[in-house]
Ligand binder design. Sequence first.
Ligand code: PXL
Length: 244
Amino acid sequence: MIVMSIAGVDPSGGAGVFADLKTFQAIGVYGTGIVTALTSQNPYKFFSTQPVSPEYIEEQIDSVMDAYEVEFIKTGMLYSPEIIKLTAKKIREYNLKAVVDPVMVATSGGDLTGGDIADAFNRHLLPNSILTTPNVSEAERLSGIKINSKEDAVKATELIDCNCFITGGHLDGINVINIDDEITIKKQELIETDNLHGSGCNLSSAITAYLAKNNSLMDSCLKAMDYVYEGIKNGNYGTLIAKI
Ligand code: PXL
């Protein structure tokens, strides 16, 4: 049960690869971490990004795959169309099952991309992946429609070329899951907090960990929702995470 995160580094530890590794550990799978970019940030303020070259990202992935059997991975901050294309290539090469968190903007508002990457996600990565977990604004960019209601979110999942879990933090806690064209709606109570940093990272890495522990895709989504929710309630991540 070895899983992999391909994502950026948040030195404050609430998001990105470091957070993913903590979640993998908490759920009981061994995590490996491929770094796509360094960032300087904390939960409230974003300073800057230093991307890693696609060649060096490829070498990291090959190094891990040379030693370990990995079936399930998650992707987070991929930064550029080039890194998205490389990730899609490696997923095909190693026959990986990928949960894609289509990260574009940090919760603090920092831009985590080197340009408009929604098109690259749609073209190269989502058709090859087993699930994507956009929040409402990411789902708007992937689907090309505005999302103001549950019905809009359902429509967006139908337009996105992948099984899709639109997180409900910005839609009154209404999570919309479309797996194999079946829609499941799960409403969660919102918890008030000043720190939502890393919630999407923790959700997608928890789904990946539960998949590696032989849960179905639907069960993995539901268990991961509970995992993140409990984290918020118990303050496991500092003041953390209400809106995923
Ligand atoms: O949650 C989005 C995200 C992903 N990856 C990194 C981040 C953030 C949000 O801040 O810093 C590295």
